[in-house]
Design a protein around this ligand. Sequence first.
Ligand code: ADP
Ligand code: MG
Length: 216
Amino acid sequence: MAGLEVRGAEVRFDERPVLDGLSLTVAQGEIVAVLGPSGCGKSTLLRSIVGLQPLSSGEVWLNGKDLTTSPTERRGIGFLFQNPVLYPTRDVAGNLRLGLPLNVPKHERAARIAEALKEVGLEGFEQRTVDGLSGGEGQRVALARALLAEPKALLLDEPFSALDGSLRQRLVDTVRSVLKARNLPAVHVTHDADEAKAIADRCLHMEDGRLREEGA
Ligand code: ADP
Ligand code: MG
């Protein structure tokens, strides 16, 4: 099946189940929001999809391939964190170069970086210093870097919670249109119901280590 699938995922910390037989299917080009209070296991779910948290049982599939035992760097899944992780000693282009696959020829790199910046609404930002970026711009750079690696899915772990008001709304719009244009399956985690509705095609609630459909 094309898309992202989690089957019967289980994660325990000190015997306490945080994911308890959780299943999730995200179609190609679909954006699913996972809602739930702090501590309910949202980050654990994303970390296990990308391979940073091993499952004690269950499987992760992407586009018909079983990734359950693949290392993170081979999964082809992009990740956006709550705070963008950028290298302060490099400029924006320097940070984006780290996202480029190694097989991209040298003479194409600058053009690919320029294209990615345009895609996230930061045309011409190559030489800007990371310290001088606003929170929203920093997240856009992190998004551009994730996209340069040509991911087959994107996971977003409360990436807008440090931003407010219209800045946040504009970034929600950008992320949504980028995901739709690339037809990527995406899981967006948040504790904010309005944000979930604004970005997602479908909202799921996390409860007792599982997901349930809204209204179910
Ligand atoms: P959320 O992202 O929804 O706030 P998390 O997935 O970060 O929740 O955490 C879910 C629960 O699992 C919390 O109680 C947290 O303390 C616990 N937890 C997360 N990671 C670990 C870990 N590596 N070791 C032990 N407990 C953890
Ligand atoms: Mg979290």
